[in-house]
Design a protein around this ligand. Structure first.
Ligand code: HEC
Length: 498
């Protein structure tokens, strides 16, 4: 607009010329895309279009989406209107970071709130017949939906629309009645499981990593890449209580890689991407002056993927370029050990169990085909189990003798290994749907059944008897990713990551 005013002032009448003055992609964006994708790419009816938001979409795929549109969605095809060069310049534009980090203030958050139902008027007990602690929420990325699944009969109870591109696992209220979702574009949705309704939503950021819920169920914390912020919400109505602009003690701002709840500490833990700090934010109302004070722990390295011991005394962090895991004792706020690890462990999906009288933790590796088993007293690697390729998720249950790990990347992405927790050997490898990614196992409340995703538009959740390892049932689903059991998640069952 400024360029146009300037040109008008100079007596140059051409509006087209003014538009050309903007870089090609930006002008095309304003003309063809802004109505749906928002002013400044912030998102509107269509998703936000910043590189941070598009990190899971390759550039050539984005060009195809623009050219062909997406069937069964409102994204239109532009190949009749735009040349392939124009499409390329649009792709370049949407993969260019914003000139300044876009802002999303507490007023923006307040203004975004949508109350769909008055919760106080909804019944206080489940409107269906099933054990409310043995339900699963299955996230289906294929068409941005979720299924509420009965964990005893494995019958879907309902299926509902979610926001575009959920990110990070959904989190339950401690009583299991509500589930909170975070979407890639910052939307937080509160879903009333008992009444099968989304009750309230708020946009807490522009690009969001995940959310966590406090153990008393009163607060949610949301971690953002855009802007560099963490937001604390009141879970009753998702109204914002505190917006924390994230910066280290010298003022350098940082993206938030993840937020966690640490139940025994009654605090949130915040992992930071760009600065060498880890934050602890106590949420218990201790009568102190400042609500949600920030306790900074300075680290030797950038740590952005965490595993916690079950007592939440130590966290193990892996940095993206360092091969070592660092053990940080949260009570003393210091590093107490280094775990020499090969490759790139995915600590966030690490789990623990007892092995020969010791507590061990196990983590897949997202670069190489291995599972690393670590003694949690000596912090030494006691075994590396070779797998058929890099893995992403690992799961077990206290009542199960086995740990399941997927092969998420590479030619064997259709395989899942089953490891005997007593011998640390792979006892079985399954290929539930040849050629299709098999991933993410979650157990029922009692640990008797394991549910696995066939991560494909023509996919399924496959139910296994967790003892005999035999398939029991296949429930068709549209690209099911994670599935979350109410009991295991709210009780912080050891075999599941949090
Ligand atoms: C009529 C509304 C509308 C218009 C106009 C529109 N889009 Fe979209 N676009 C959408 C919707 C809705 C989606 C999400 C589709 C889905 O559910 O997968 C989308 C998805 C996309 C995606 C994929 C995002 C992702 O994360 O998968 C890209 C890239 C994109 N649009 C670019 C553009 C560009 C560039 C333009 C302008 C040339 C444009 N869109 C115009 C509605 C629109």
């Amino acid at each position: 607009m400024k360029a146009f005013v300037l040109i008008a002032a100079l007596g140059l009448p051409s509006a087209a010329f003014a538009v050309d003055k903007l870089s090609g992609g930006e002008a095309l964006y304003q003309k063809h895309c802004q109505d749906c994708h928002g002013v400044d790419r912030l998102g509107a009816m269509g998703p936000a279009l910043f590189p941070e938001n598009l990190s899971r979409l390759r550039k050539n795929k984005a060009a195809k989406v623009i050219a062909n549109g997406r069937i069964a969605t409102q994204m239109p095809s532009f190949k009749a209107t735009l040349s392939s060069q124009q499409i390329d310049s649009l792709v370049d534009y949407v993969y260019t970071p914003a000139k300044t980090v876009p802002s999303w203030t507490i007023e923006d958050i307040v203004a975004s709130r949508i109350e769909h139902f008055d919760q106080s008027k909804l019944p206080n007990e489940p409107q269906f017949d099933a054990d409310p602690m043995n339900l699963f929420i299955v996230v289906e990325l294929g068409d941005h939906s979720a299924t509420l699944l009965n964990g005893d009969t494995f019958e879907p109870i309902t299926r509902f629309k979610t926001r575009f591109a959920l990110h990070g696992g959904p989190k339950y209220s401690p009583d299991g009645r509500f589930v909170y979702f975070a979407s890639r574009d910052g939307w937080i949705s509160k879903y009333d499981i008992y009444n099968m309704k989304t009750v309230v939503e708020v946009r807490a950021g522009i690009n969001t990593r995940n959310l966590a819920i406090s153990s008393d169920g009163k607060y949610a914390i949301v971690g953002n890449y855009l802007p560099h912020s963490a937001v604390i919400l009141d879970t009753t109505d998702l109204s914002p209580i505190k917006l924390i602009a994230v910066a280290d003690k010298n003022g350098k701002t940082s993206r938030v890689s993840a937020v966690y709840n640490a139940p025994p500490r009654t605090s949130f833990i915040v992992a930071l991407k760009d600065v060498k700090e880890v934050w602890e934010i106590p949420y218990s109302d201790n009568g102190g002056e400042e609500r949600f004070p920030i306790k900074r722990i300075t680290t030797e390295d950038f740590l952005d993927d965490f595993f916690f011991d079950p007592q939440y005394i130590n966290l193990i962090g892996a940095s993206r370029d360092n091969k070592n895991g660092q053990v940080i004792n949260l009570d003393i706020g210091k590093k107490i050990a280094t775990v020499p690890m090969n490759g790139m462990p995915h600590l966030g999906s690490g789990i623990t169990w007892d092995y020969q009288g010791k507590q061990v933790f196990a983590t897949p590796d997202i670069k190489d085909g291995r599972v690393t088993i670590i003694d949690m007293e000596s912090w030494k690697v006691i075994k590396e189990i070779k797998t058929d390729g890099p893995g992403f998720f690992m799961r077990s249950h206290s009542n199960s003798p086995y740990a399941w790990v997927d092969v998420f990347f590479g030619p064997h992405k259709d395989r899942v290994h089953i490891i005997d927790k007593a011998t640390l050997e792979i006892v079985k490898t399954i290929t539930p749907a040849p050629g299709k990614t098999a991933a993410h196992v979650e157990f029922t409340k009692d640990g008797k059944y394991a549910l696995l995703s066939i991560w494909d538009n023509d996919g399924a959740v496959v139910v296994y008897d967790a003892m005999t390892l035999k398939e029991i049932k296949r429930i068709p689903m549209n690209k099911p990713s994670g599935k979350y059991n109410v009991y295991n998640k709210t009780k912080y069952e050891r075999g599941t990551s949090h």
